[in-house]
Design a protein around this ligand. Structure first.
Ligand SMILES: C[S@@+](CC[C@H](N)C(=O)[O-])C[C@H]1O[C@@H](n2cnc3c(N)ncnc32)[C@H](O)[C@@H]1O
Length: 309
């Protein structure tokens, strides 16, 4: 790999701070009996990374602010994930544009096994809820210990009680420095760990999943695609759903006729002013009919912009 030593030295320094935690490259076979002491985690991870000739899903290279101008400070984009199931991320972090972005060093992802901070021989992470009730609760201490070396990152807990994940949240995180995603399990997480160690709670939607891993993946994908150089044409991340508060218009490609349905004539006209007008009208109609919540906010914003100041 090009410039292997410098980036890996940086990774090593970063990971050495993740004390007592085992940081896995997802393409490495997982062995729960293996436990690395402070400092070793980073070093041996880097060795395995090196040995794998960077068919790796974890990498290090400086990446850039969204829409960076020459005056902008360059910020490394580092995402740490605290999870009981690092292997959950194996395939998604190796494929498609996220896999390529990691391989190219546009983003670093560290998977931190929460189980390492578990209590006793069984590395227990949960206990019965005070006050009784169904299910178990994730204990505060293992989470606090996993998060301790990541205190200067923005620590996000995936939780149905969190604020709904939106595009503007992802925009903020894509330029916001190191991000840590905490995946809950069980009935939930001891509130004291949340109060002490979490900066923000985020929900994937109004439904309940088994754990936070699917949400963490959604966030990684949403953040990574905003990084310069990840999506082929940066224009596509600027002209899509939610950017101006509207949904995207319908899309068409060849053939011009499919099962008797034709592409709207205007798209074949070559008249870009007409095409833009049509697209805007479609965006508005689609948002009005499908998402009254977004439409109301859009109309309100337009009204404010049009009001004399
Ligand atoms: C079974 S859920 C716990 C649900 C919890 N008892 C409740 O009613 O809100 C276990 C974990 O999955 C994750 N999770 C489940 N649904 C989620 C959602 N909609 N958004 C984000 N995380 C979710 C959270 O990390 C949560 O701690």
């Amino acid at each position: 790999m090009l410039a292997l030593e410098a980036p890996l030295a940086t990774v090593s320094a970063w990971l050495r701070r993740v004390r007592g935690a085992r940081v896995l490259a997802p393409n490495r076979r997982r062995d729960r009996s293996e436990s690395l002491s402070q400092g070793e985690a980073g070093a041996s991870w880097v060795e395995s990374l090196s040995a794998s000739r960077c068919t790796t899903v974890v990498s290090d290279r400086t990446s850039y602010r969204l829409n960076a101008s020459s005056e902008d400070t360059l910020l490394p984009v580092k995402i740490s994930v605290i999870t009981m199931f690092p292997e959950y991320f194996d395939s998604p972090l190796q494929i498609s544009l996220v896999g390529k972005a990691i391989e190219r060093g546009l983003v670093e992802v560290a998977l931190i096994d929460l189980r390492l901070q578990g209590r006793g021989v069984h590395r227990q992470l949960d206990d019965a809820p005070f006050g009784g009730g169904a299910g178990m609760v994730m204990m505060a201490e293992p989470l606090r210990e996993s998060l301790a070396p990541l205190a200067d990152s923005h620590r996000v807990l995936l939780s149905p009680s969190g604020a709904p994940l939106t595009q503007s949240t992802l925009d903020r995180w894509a330029i916001g420095g190191p991000l840590t995603l905490v995946c809950g399990r069980y009935e939930g997480v001891d509130q004291r760990a949340i109060d002490a160690c979490i900066d923000e709670e985020i929900s994937l939607g109004d439904y309940v999943l088994l754990g936070g891993e699917a949400g963490a993946l959604a966030i990684i994908e949403g953040v990574v695609r905003l990084l310069p150089g990840v999506v082929g044409n940066p224009e596509s991340t600027r002209t899509e759903s939610f950017r101006d508060g509207l949904l995207e218009e319908p899309q068409y490609t060849r053939p011009a006729e499919f099962e008797g349905m034709e592409v709207p004539e205007v798209l074949l006209s070559g008249n870009h002013a007409r095409i833009n007008e049509w697209r805007q009208a479609q965006r508005e109609e689609r948002t009005r009919s499908r998402r009254p919540d977004l439409w109301a906010a859009y109309v309100e914003r337009q009204r404010e912009e049009d009001a004399p100041s």
